[in-house]
Ligand binder design. Structure first.
Ligand code: GUN
Ligand code: ZN
Length: 437
């Protein structure tokens, strides 16, 4: 691949910004350059210095737009694209009425391939270069997802959902089939290109104790893999879960007992945790995934970001769309809703922290910060180009914006896919290539 030098206003984070004045937490070059060779970042910094080093590179001038690491979505369901915005239900009814019937369609390989392609198109169009995705129970759906991500050279995390009860015919595996299919998928896809396999028991309601045992066995065999599941999203869900696992102390204890907690465990929602449960997540380094558009849409509750991040045993936190319980593919729209969730609890999320979260913060939560989420030399060139004047209303508001933090907050509050001017995946222009297709 040819060498490329991107020019623009370059932003990356070093740590979580504690306030809008936390200048030490980020690096910002008003006239910056990112030198990319063979899909990796070779050098980053002041444009005049970098251009001296990158004499053979093709220059792509993105000024006055902001270049930053591509966004990371820590939890989404690719088979739910055609049920986004399904009206009028809370979690369990929503699953039974809309979600499970929809996911049965993914026994059809062609359907899975089509939706996987459209899903990753939507991710890229919205500036997301890495997603941790749930596939359906069908092995073919995971194959479709991984094949599509591989063909785009995306860093993607995915897993076939394991679910063997409390779901319709056609959407259940068995403990043995779930184990065997997962093992076969790991062997075929994990480590191929930039792909990562996540062991994916859907949640305790849809997995029998025997299946949870099998998920735990997989986790013990492959401690290097991610695990993704759902935890404590909705009061009816929690009550039903406790009926199904009466011996467990609480919902979190179920996952603990089967050996499913740890630093690579991603737990969607975590809204209604007791202090004991939060301590357990903190002690094990498990990640609580904040899904604001979904939590508001399904009326699940308010994720207590401040309590979780400021308690004496803080939680590791990621942010995610949770499409299709979530209502938007955009991490900008997601953090806008996240800001409001936190505002409803009397706190403010500073815009620098929001952009840290969807880049470096999520990369750390997913343990992939050695590859993505920063612009450090040697890492993969996944980059998003942001235009804070993307619409007439944004351009007008920009006339009164004076600081970088204000510009980011405007992007978060009014921005969507129109604010994503370009996306580079492993150094290749990915958004414009979708438009050209
Ligand atoms: N809990 C179990 N499955 C799901 C799902 O598909 N979406 C959400 N939001 N919660 C879940
Ligand atoms: Zn989910």
């Amino acid at each position: 691949m040819t060498a490329r030098l991107l020019r623009g206003r370059v932003l990356s984070f070093r740590a979580k910004p504690e306030s809008v004045d936390d200048r030490a937490a980020y690096v910002f070059e008003e006239d910056g350059g990112i030198f990319i060779r063979d899909g990796r970042i070779e050098a980053v910094g002041d444009f005049s210095l970098i251009s001296a080093e990158a004499r053979d590179a093709e220059i792509i001038d993105h000024r006055p737009h902001i270049l930053m690491p591509g966004f990371i979505d820590a939890h989404a369901h690719f088979p739910q694209m055609q049920i986004i915005g399904s009206y009028g239900a809370e979690l369990l009814d929503w699953l039974n009425t809309y979600t499970f019937p929809e996911e049965t369609k993914f026994s059809d390989t062609q359907h899975g391939r089509r939706i996987a392609r459209l899903f990753l198109d939507e991710m890229v169009r919205h500036g997301t270069t890495t997603v941790a995705a749930y596939c359906s129970v069908h092995k073919e759906s995971a194959e479709a997802f991984f094949a599509e991500a591989l063909s785009r050279d995306m860093l993607a995390i995915g897993g076939k959902v394991m679910m063997d009860r409390n779901a319709p015919e056609g959407l259940r595996d068995t403990p043995q089939a779930g184990y065997d299919d997962t093992k076969a998928l790991i062997a075929e896809w994990h480590g191929k290109g930039r792909l990562h396999y996540a062991i994916t028991p859907r949640f305790a309601i849809t997995s029998s104790p025997e299946q949870m045992e099998m998920a735990g066995a997989l986790a013990r065999e492959r401690r290097d893999l991610h695990i993704q599941t759902h935890l404590s999203e909705n009061h009816a869900e929690i009550a039903f879960t406790q009926e199904l696992y009466p011996a467990a102390e609480d919902y979190t204890d179920i996952y603990a007992q089967y050996g499913l907690l740890g630093p690579k465990t991603l737990l969607g929602h975590c809204i209604h945790l007791s202090e004991r449960e939060a301590d357990l997540l903190s002690d094990t380094g498990s990640v609580a995934v904040f899904c604001p558009t979904s939590n508001l849409f399904l009326g699940s509750g308010l994720f207590d970001w401040q309590r979780y991040s400021k308690r004496s045993k803080p939680l590791r936190i990621a942010a995610a769309t949770d499409v299709g319980g979530g209502t938007n593919y955009s991490m900008l729209r997601t953090m806008d809703e996240g800001y409001k969730v936190i505002a409803l609890q009397g706190e403010k999320m500073n815009p620098l922290a929001a952009f840290w979260q969807i880049t470096f913060g999520n990369a750390k939560a997913l343990s992939i910060e050695d590859r993505v989420g920063t612009l450090d030399p040697g890492t993969d060139a996944d980059i998003v180009v942001l235009d804070a004047r993307a619409t007439p209303g944004m351009a007008l508001r920009m006339e009164t914006v004076e600081t970088l933090a204000e510009e980011l907050f405007l992007l978060q509050t009014l921005g969507d896919d129109r604010a994503i001017r370009e996306v580079y995946v492993a150094g290749r222009a990915a958004k414009s290539s979708i438009a050209d297709r």
